[in-house]
Design a protein around this ligand. Structure first.
Ligand code: CUA
Length: 302
C-alpha cells in the first residue's frame, strides 16, 4: 500500500495548524481592540475636567486604515483556508483504498468491496483512505474530530472524505447533522491498525459465519430478524439493518448504546426500544431460553 509522502500531513494536523494561526490572529486583534478601548477610556476620563473631550470626525486616514486592515486579515485567512482545504482533500495523493460508508437512521454501514460491516470502521495506519459517503435516508454527517473534517452524507450523492491516521488506536466520532430522534446514538469508532493487523481483520470479515446448527442460530433464522439482517453463511439477505456476520467482533451494540457482551446483548434483544427508542429494531417476543440462545449466538460471531 502507498504511504503518504513525508511532506503531506494528516488532515487533522493541517486543520490544527490553521486553527492555531487563526487563533493567534484573533488573539492579537482582541488584545489590540481592548488596548485601544482602555486607552480611550483613560484619555476621556483624564480630559473630562477640561470640558468637552476631543472627537474624531472625517479622519480619512483612520477610516481607510480600519477598513483595509480587517479586509487584509480576512484575505490572509481566506488564502490559508483554501490551501488547507486542498491539503485535507488529499493534496493530489491517490488513496490506497476506498471504503463505502453509508449513513442509516441510526447506524453506519461500511463496505470493503463486497464485505459489509457496521459502526466500527477499521483502517490501516499511515495509509491514505478515501471514504465514499452517502445516505439511504436523511442527511447524516461523518465526523471523527481527531482524524479530519466533517463531511455530509447525502441521499443520492456521493461525497469523498480523506482519512489518514498517523498512529494506531481507537478514534471516536459522532454523526454531526441532526438526523432524527436517535441522532445522538450514531457513534462512530475508527480502529486504526497496523497493515498486518488490518489485513488479518479484513480477511476475517470476508469469511462467512461458521454454520453452528445451534439453538441461537435457529432462533435467528426462524424469527423476523432475517427480514432486516444478514449473517453470511446462512440463508439470510436482509439489508435494512446491520450485517451481523461478525457481530461478536464489534465493541458495542446499536452504534454505541451498549458495550457488546452476552448480558448486554440479551438486554438489547429483549427490548431494543428501551435503549434506543425510535430505532427500527423492533421488540421481538421471545422466550427467556430463546433470548439466552440468540444473545450467545450473536456474540459468538467473531
Ligand atoms: Cu445521523 Cu445525525
Amino acid at each position: 500500500m502507498q504511504a503518504y509522502p513525508a511532506t503531506v500531513r494528516p488532515p487533522a494536523d493541517a486543520i490544527g495548524t490553521l486553527a492555531l494561526i487563526v487563533g493567534v490572529i484573533a488573539s492579537l486583534i482582541f488584545v489590540g481592540v481592548e488596548a485601544a478601548l482602555v486607552y480611550a477610556i483613560w484619555r476621556y476620563r483624564a480630559s473630562r475636567a477640561a470640558g468637552e473631550p476631543a472627537t474624531f470626525e472625517r479622519n480619512g486616514r483612520l477610516e481607510i486604515a480600519w477598513t483595509a486592515a480587517p479586509a487584509l486579515i480576512l484575505a490572509v485567512v481566506f488564502v490559508l483556508t483554501l490551501g488547507t482545504m486542498a491539503e485535507i482533500n488529499g493534496a493530489g495523493v491517490a488513496p490506497a483504498m476506498r471504503i463505502a460508508a453509508t449513513g442509516h437512521q441510526w447506524w453506519w454501514e461500511y463496505g470493503y468491496g463486497g464485505t459489509k460491516t457496521a459502526n466500527e470502521l477499521h483502517i490501516p495506519v499511515a495509509t491514505p483512505i478515501d471514504l465514499d459517503l452517502t445516505s439511504v435516508d436523511v442527511i447524516h454527517s461523518f465526523w471523527v474530530p481527531e482524524l479530519g473534517p466533517k463531511m455530509d452524507m447525502l441521499p443520492g450523492v456521493t461525497n469523498h472524505l480523506r482519512l489518514f491516521a498517523r498512529r494506531t488506536g481507537s478514534y471516536d466520532g459522532q454523526c454531526a447533522e441532526f438526523c432524527g430522534v436517535e441522532h445522538a446514538w450514531m457513534r462512530i469508532r475508527v480502529v486504526v491498525q497496523s497493515q498486518t493487523d488490518f489485513d488479518h481483520w479484513l480477511s476475517g470479515q470476508g469469511l462467512p459465519a461458521p454454520a453452528q446448527g445451534g439453538d441461537g442460530e435457529r432462533v435467528f433464522l426462524s424469527n423476523i430478524c432475517v427480514s432486516c439482517h444478514t449473517i453470511r453463511g446462512t440463508a439470510t439477505a436482509g439489508t435494512a439493518g446491520p450485517d451481523l456476520t461478525h457481530m461478536g467482533a464489534r465493541e458495542t451494540i446499536g452504534a454505541g448504546v451498549l458495550p457488546n457482551d452476552v448480558a448486554r446483548m440479551r438486554a438489547w434483544l429483549a427490548d431494543p426500544q428501551r435503549y434506543k427508542p425510535g430505532s427500527l429494531m423492533p421488540r421481538v417476543p421471545l422466550t427467556d431460553a430463546n433470548l439466552d440462545a440468540l444473545a450467545a449466538y450473536l456474540v459468538s460471531l467473531k
